[in-house]
Design a protein around this ligand. Sequence first.
Ligand code: IPE
Ligand code: IPE
Ligand code: MG
Length: 255
Amino acid sequence: MNFSKISEQSLPGHVAVIMDGNGRWAKQRRLPRVEGHRRGVRAVNACTEAARRAGIRSLTLFAFSSENWKRPADEVSALMSLFVQVLRVQQPRLLKYDIRLRVAGDTSVFNPELRDLIAETEQATSGCRGMTLTICANYGGRWDIAQAVRRLLWEEPLAASHPEMIDEESIGRHLALDWAGDVDLLIRTGGESRLSNFLLWQSAYAELYFTPELWPDFTEKSFLAALRWYAGRERRFGLTSEQVASGALPSGRGF
Ligand code: IPE
Ligand code: IPE
Ligand code: MG
């Protein structure tokens, strides 16, 4: 696939994806929901490789939300097994493509096998610099903000007696994805137009791209279409269009 038509400055630095629609994809084919999740793994690979080829610095995928525990027990356990399987199989590919894997979310509740595998994969790929792939597992945007404030007070106890020290910058420093920064482009597949508690803080100024395509059908071409759409947006961060055109945005903001 040719990415040359999108100039480097028009590429988002951080792309986040709500991978939705696996269940409906399976239902349309009279297959069990878990089959949709299995096929979704192929889309994860396609999207990751497309992002890497395009030169995206950070790709963040929503794999399991804090609310997804409420699903039927067999679906939850199938999703956990799939996560283990994916981590086992993907390690060589991550190394081959120079992709650093990180997991964000409350992983303390996962079983020891999964926790060990996460730690091992993070460690094995820690020297990779081509792109950072963050998997959000047992993640919720509200959980993230709450844990950031807790950690801030824990690590900087002075802040407890000096609340004026608690500001956007200090909370931001303790967020789960401090390595990825703000989201530039947020993609949601599956046709819903909502955030479902994903990266609430980090998406404050994200461009939101909603596509009806179901996640297992998502391909490199779909990813490229989202990048093209993004390249046509004017990000203003509260300024006027004229100000943006005259270069008033602080560096690191916008294109
Ligand atoms: C997204 O697909 C995957 C997870 C939430 C783990 P869904 O399973 O939500 O698929 P739909 O929305 O029911 O089609
Ligand atoms: C969001 O999808 C979570 C993930 C993609 C992991 P959901 O399917 O859980 O979201 P809702 O319930 O439709 O809002
Ligand atoms: Mg869904």
